[in-house]
Design a protein around this ligand. Structure first.
Ligand code: AHG
Ligand code: MN
Ligand code: MN
Length: 334
């Protein structure tokens, strides 16, 4: 058992050395982001305490602390990144428009898109929540970054990742060279390498979908889920159902155990509920880099050419054989 302690910092630097072209700027983005994540971790883990303290005004505090946490996480990431000189522009789920870099700060060559707090409706139940991020190179030539820099197809991402604030807090990211997981050691405030080169099993035994939406699904999705519940399911026994309702937690489990996560389009959400730029693309890059598949029902999520910053996408992602089976049911035209 190697007792080598490899911090995120060391892993990034060693990664840089193995990529001669790396200029170190990109490593700065990850480094600065990890500071913001630690600050969010501190507040997210304290949220329960606040609720207890706030029981007197539970309804008010309870509701506001959620909103506060979404906004707190959003502001924390922006403030940790806006002055670093690495970014040309940012985009976040919490703001309709792109976030320009303030005039007083230098402009960089990267674009950061993020979902600052994912699954926040679960906070008061102490269910895992997360942060999701995605990094692109700017395509505009000079000056502040623009909308066109923030709506690039997912295959243009140079890095993506997520944090799951759970029983332990893990940062999982890829720069296109495999998927690596770091666990936060609160006693030293460092993310330590704990899951190098995560690979998703080619097939799992778990499906993850909100079955409360059954009546809104297409026939294809209904038939696929029924198929998984039958004796002759691909592994000759029905799959288990697991649905946490925090995308990051559901994807993290799917990445480690295999299986499939679905948030299909339905009669309420014709384009699906999840966001392409902040949820679909970053997690699709992670799942594909771990050897899995991520589609919108008919094509790779990473191939979708965005037209709007907040556009939504159906999501089917996980083990490559499970996603292939699913597509046979849900993709009529494939
Ligand atoms: P967010 O908290 O960033 O808005 O994301 C919530 C998303 C995602 O985390 C989860 O997979 C999905 O909402 C759950 O939606 P349902 O409650 O409709 O199942
Ligand atoms: Mn989200
Ligand atoms: Mn969110």
């Amino acid at each position: 058992m190697s007792n080598k302690v490899i911090t995120l910092e060391r892993y990034i630097i060693e990664g840089e050395r193995s990529h001669p072209g790396a200029t170190g700027n990109f490593s700065g983005v990850l480094r600065d982001l990890s500071l913001a994540i630690k600050i969010i971790w501190r507040e997210v883990t304290k949220a329960g305490l606040v609720n207890i303290l706030g029981m007197a005004g539970s309804e008010n505090i309870h509701g506001e602390s959620q909103k506060k946490l979404d906004i707190f996480a959003d502001e924390t990431i922006f403030k940790a990144m806006d002055h670093t000189g690495h970014l040309a522009v940012m985009g976040t789920e919490e703001h309709d428009d792109i976030l320009p870099i303030p005039d007083k700060y230098p402009i960089g060559k990267y674009v950061l898109l993020f979902d600052p707090l994912d699954g926040s409706s679960n906070i008061e139940a102490n269910v895992s929540v997360g942060t999701i991020f995605s990094v692109y190179r700017r395509i505009s030539q000079v000056g502040k970054g623009m909308l066109m820099d923030c709506i690039q197809p997912g295959y243009k991402q140079i890095a993506s990742g997520y944090v799951v604030y759970g029983s332990s807090t893990m940062l999982v990211y890829t720069t296109g060279d495999g998927v690596h997981g770091f666990t936060l050691d609160p006693s030293i405030g460092e993310f330590l390498l704990s899951h190098e080169n995560i690979r998703i099993p080619s097939r799992g035994k778990i499906y993850s979908v909100n079955e409360g939406n059954y009546r809104y699904w297409t026939d294809g999705v209904k038939k696929y889920i029924k198929h998984l519940q039958e004796e002759d399911a691909p592994t000759h026994r029905p799959y288990s159902a697991r649905y946490i309702g925090s995308l990051v937690a559901d994807i993290h489990r799917t990445l480690l155990y295999g299986g499939i996560f679905l948030y299909p389009a339905d009669t309420r959400f014709p384009d699906g509920k999840l966001r392409l730029m902040y949820e679909g693309n970053p997690l699709a890059m992670i799942v594909e880099q771990a050897g899995g598949a991520a589609v919108d029902g008919s094509r790779r999520i990473l191939d979708v050419v965005p037209t709007r910053l907040h556009q939504r996408t159906p999501v089917f992602m996980g083990s490559i054989d499970d996603v292939a089976d699913c597509q046979r049911f849900v993709c009529a035209g494939c």
